[in-house]
Design a protein around this ligand. Structure first.
Ligand code: ZN
Ligand code: MN
Length: 483
């Protein structure tokens, strides 16, 4: 039997507000000592009252608009009740019945085609405290509670089950992250926990509408983990179905080290969170003019920027897509191109996407923390383009720039890397190579054209990569015709 995979993602993103969702405590807790950013409200003391953070509402409305949602006229907060040690009040203030935005979508590329993925709703809630699990020297395990994170504004984006493969899920997440970063509403960093994803995944027989069993997967801390967990789970469910075993409706946790999901708890068909309207907060009726003002202030989003890169810099769609997937990389590219002619765009893009990104990834460096600024990178690309150095030398020069912060010019001078375009010098090497490789020369004359490549390689080797390859090619062909 053929099965189809059905995936829907729920994403929680911490918002970049200065203060928490319902109190004045600072959200800047990442490096703060435990339990220093707390007050009676976020500690969940009895008798205190929450106040809504307007900036958080604005960020949520911005996001909902960017995700093509309808903005609700009437919204409200609800209490989601469940007992857990990290939940200070015993309930989370969330939105269940009247979220800020609903019925939106974002687009991904699936098998080379654009695909719309539905967004059920975008709503606002609060983060919970952090539990830190320890083991004493005696081997006893215990847990500590750090309340700093409790009450940080958390925006939840609930996607429709429109995704059909782990690859589509990965693309959806990357697109969503990029939109949040462009809007400046969240750092959307999965590794740091400001962007968290829960996945609902099930399979169903092809051409059927009956899902076998809805499984929720949690604990994925990177894009790669989401992809691997979904691949594993789609495969596990198919295997069980093939063996005729029943699939349980349950929550499973991804175990990174083992590359598997394990059952955590079986799930009731409907959660009993006993939602009811939050009695401490009045409903919000959003002013339409305010909403429209936010809409008019929306920044250029990734897709619009990608299309502009294609039109303005004449870049291939593939390059434009990669460059604009990160707002920082797109900004860096445009800083390189400031005042530069359009024809520089493709080589600049190549070096950013290729060698520069490789160095950033290998050293886990952010593009803005690198020692190579946009002007320095542009200068290097120019030197290569003018033929002052070969692109092979360019790679080692960039690496040196990356580690020392020196300019391309200084490195080229110090290492004597300037490319040899002087025909006489190259001619000497060409003649030597022709003399020493009689067999290859004979092959070439007998019509074996790839021998030329070999001979070019020999000249490049003799000049330690410094000869201008175009000149070498021309000279070799000329000399071989003559001889
Ligand atoms: Zn507080
Ligand atoms: Mn939630």
């Amino acid at each position: 039997m053929n099965y189809e995979t059905i995936i829907g993602l729920e994403v929680h993103a911490q918002l970049l507000t200065k203060s928490k969702m319902f109190c004045r405590c600072s959200t800047d807790y990442a490096s703060a000592p435990p339990n220093t950013h707390v007050c009676p409200v976020c500690l969940g003391m009895p008798g205190v009252l929450p106040t809504i953070n307007q900036q958080a509402v604005e960020f949520t409305v911005m996001t909902a608009l960017a995700l093509n949602c309808t903005i609700s006229d009437y919204t409200r907060f609800d209490r989601k009740n469940y007992p857990y040690p990290d939940l200070m009040k015993g309930y989370q203030i969330s939105q269940s019945y009247a979220p800020f935005g609903h019925h939106g979508w974002l687009t991904i590329e699936a098998n080379g085609e654009k695909k719309r993925v539905g967004i059920d709703n975008v709503h606002l809630e609060e983060d919970v405290a952090k539990l830190i699990h320890r083991t004493s020297p005696g081997g006893e395990s215990y847990s500590l509670v750090d309340v700093n994170r409790a009450g940080v504004p958390l925006m939840e984006i609930v996607g429709e089950p429109d995704l059909r493969s782990p690859e589509e899920a990965r693309q959806y997440l990357m697109k969503l992250r990029s939109i949040l970063q462009y809007l400046g509403v969240s750092t959307a960093n999965m590794e740091e926990g400001s962007f968290r994803c829960d996945a609902n995944i099930s399979i169903r027989p092809q051409d059927s509408t009956d899902l076998l069993a809805k499984v929720e997967v949690k604990n994925m801390n990177s894009f790669k983990a989401v992809y691997r967990a979904l691949e594993y789970e789609a495969e596990r469910q198919r295997k069980r179905a093939a063996e005729g075993k029943k699939l349980a409706q349950e929550t499973r946790g991804w175990v990174e080290e083992r590359g598997i999901t394990v059952a955590q708890r079986s799930k009731e068909y409907a959660h009993d969170y006993r939602y009811f309207p939050e009695p401490d907060l009045a409903p919000l009726v959003l002013n339409r003019e305010w909403v429209e003002a936010i809409r008019s202030k929306l920044p250029e989003l990734p897709e619009a920027r990608r299309d502009r890169f294609v039109a303005e810099y004449n870049l291939p769609l593939y390059d434009a897509n990669l460059l604009t997937s990160s707002i920082l990389m797109a900004d860096y590219f445009e800083a390189c191109m400031r005042g530069a002619p359009q024809k520089s765009a493709k080589p600049v893009a190549n070096w950013i996407i290729g060698e520069f990104s490789r160095l950033l990834n290998a050293t886990n460096t952010g593009i803005n923390d690198s020692k190579v600024g946009p002007v320095a990178l542009f200068d290097l690309v120019q030197l290569i383009h003018e033929g002052s150095i070969s692109s092979t030398s360019g790679k080692s020069v960039l690496e040196e720039m990356f580690h020392t912060g020196k300019s391309a010019d200084d490195i080229i001078k110090a290492q004597g890397l300037s490319q040899i375009s002087d025909t006489e010098a190259i001619e000497r090497e060409v003649m030597a190579v022709i003399r020493n490789n009689a067999q290859a020369v004979a092959d070439y004359k007998a019509g074996k054209k790839q021998s030329l490549k070999f001979l070019v390689g020999q000249v490049m080797r003799a000049t330690r990569g410094r000869a201008n390859p175009t000149v070498v090619n021309e000279l070799l062909e000329k000399k071989l015709e003559e001889g």
